[in-house]
Design a protein around this ligand. Structure first.
Ligand SMILES: [Cu+2]
Length: 490
């Protein structure tokens, strides 16, 4: 089966799922193993980064990477106030790193590109969890190899809970009414094996797979759930694709973004997720026997009427990605929560300084020649920020600890997601406009295309010269190509 036949098959399967809305015949949603440490930590936490063999549902085994698994990693559930004593072991035959994306931690345990773990080596950071309940993740951040290593499976979830989140009237039984969804797009070759080939096109657009994979299984997938509220904690772990989410019935009820709960539940017809973004949503399965999460690639079918017209006139229709159907259980019958957290408006007047960052693709580099030369490893100076490609020996910005700043981001071409290490921020403007309500809370991702995006940010942890933080485009191929910079916090 070639890639196109595979596409047709998976499209047909999704069309059938749309019609039938039944559990029968759907691949089950894989549940990544949960490591729940909220009750206490007695030993060091082993994470082994190793080669694996994994069947995504194409019927053949693909060569993958995994963390304590053949593909992807565990879901770690921890509590504010804990310190996580990790033993990260590199069982791969290439150098790697592991970055804790979203954690408010000092630079010396961040897992940045300098913190390489040699093959056979071990990295043992003690990672303090000071932040509030939030959905974070960990992934490879190896210089020039982040895209390929993350794509092959070096990624996992780190859920932080706190007293308030554990006491909240929200679904929180993992695998019963509380699910984590890692959304990715993949390329499979004619034999159904996972493929990753760098070309000038892939450098430019980032990897664009045609097949949606959820927790390592080709979508559509199905899951039975109790009658009541169901919680979906969703990560866009695509290398480069933006995803637009919707439900087959009713709106999405968004309760949290990357850095914590929203002030109150936000109702939205569509939810745009850039690579690296996380959102938590609730589905009221007390209302209907079946409901499905739909995913379309890109900025999707847009909001409201435009989307409807797009659908009618043959625009790419969303894939029914995950179908939830009732089982015999009775679940949490709480109403959609009204108040979730105390969170005032972002106070731009608190900023004492602003910094500008222009993400640059058009540096004149010959991407085709580089793709041919680099053997699926990016690197060097094909892309830049403010005229300079990433250089591990250069500090680009020096920030003072505890000071509030406005970071302004622009681009020279196309839509890019931007991430800052070591903090959560508030979005003041996204692409020149106020962010949608679901993106107005605590974030560590913002995107920009043809205007400015501005975030209000404060850094409270040390990142000295020998342990700096990164800021970068989260299209992983762009990051690997040099669209990244370093800063200190002192
Ligand atoms: Cu980019």
């Amino acid at each position: 089966m070639n890639r196109r036949q595979f596409l047709i098959t998976s499209t047909a399967a999704s069309a059938m799922a749309r019609l039938a809305h039944s559990q029968a015949g759907l691949r089950p949603l894989p549940l990544p193993p949960l490591t729940d440490l909220t009750g206490g930590i007695n030993t060091r936490i082993p994470l082994a980064l190793a080669p694996g063999r994994h069947d995504f549902g194409t019927g053949v085994l693909s060569d993958t990477f995994g963390i304590n698994a053949s593909y992807l990693g565990p879901v770690l559930r921890v509590k504010q106030g804990q310190t996580l004593p990790f033993d990260v072991r590199n069982v791969l035959d290439e150098v790697t790193t592991l970055h804790w994306h979203g954690l408010h931690i000092p630079g010396d345990v961040d897992g940045r590109p300098h913190q390489e773990i040699a093959p056979g080596g071990i990295w043992s950071p003690d990672v303090p969890i000071v932040q509030q309940a939030s959905m974070n993740w960990f992934h490879s951040h190896t210089h020039g190899r982040t895209a390929r290593q993350t794509y092959k499976g070096l990624a996992g979830l780190l859920l932080v809970e706190d007293d308030a989140s554990l006491a909240a009237d929200l679904p929180m039984t993992y695998g019963v009414d509380d699910f984590t969804l890692i959304l990715q797009d993949k390329v499979f070759d004619g034999a159904g094996r996972l493929d990753y080939t760098l070309t000038s096109e892939v450098f430019e657009d980032g990897l664009q797979g045609e097949t949606l994979v959820i927790n390592g299984a080709v979508a559509p997938v199905g899951q039975t759930v109790p009658r009541g509220l169901v919680r979906l904690r969703i990560l866009n772990a695509c290398n480069a694709r933006f995803l637009t989410l919707s439900m087959s019935t009713g709106p999405l009820y968004v309760i949290a973004s990357e850095g914590g709960f929203l002030p109150s539940t936000v109702e939205t017809e569509t939810l745009l997720m850039s690579p690296g973004e996380r959102y938590e949503v609730l589905v009221d399965m007390g209302l209907s026997a079946s409901n499905s999460l739909r995913v379309s690639f890109g900025e999707g079918d847009g909001e409201g009427m435009l989307g409807l017209l797009g659908g009618l006139f043959g625009a790419e229709s969303p894939l029914t990605a995950l179908t939830l159907t009732h089982n015999a259980e009775t679940g949490l019958s709480a109403a959609m929560p009204d108040r979730l957290a105390t969170l005032g408006p972002a106070e731009a007047s608190a900023a004492i300084r602003s910094r500008d960052f222009e993400l640059q693709m058009d540096t004149g580099a010959d991407l085709a020649a580089l793709a041919a030369a680099w053997d699926n490893v990016c690197g060097g100076g094909a892309m830049a920020i403010n005229g300079l490609p990433m250089n591990m020996e250069r500090i680009d910005e020096e920030v003072r600890m505890g000071e509030t700043e406005i970071w302004r981001i622009s681009v020279d071409d196309m839509l890019h997601p931007f991430h800052i290490h070591g903090c959560s921020f508030r979005i003041l403007t996204q692409n020149g406009a106020a962010p949608p309500a679901y993106a107005a809370g605590w974030k560590d991702m913002v995107h920009v295309e043809d205007s400015w995006s501005e975030v209000l940010v404060r850094f409270d942890y040390a990142a000295p010269k020998d342990a700096p933080y990164m800021y970068h485009c989260h299209i992983l191929e762009h990051e690997d190509c040099g669209m990244m910079g370093q800063f200190t916090v002192t």
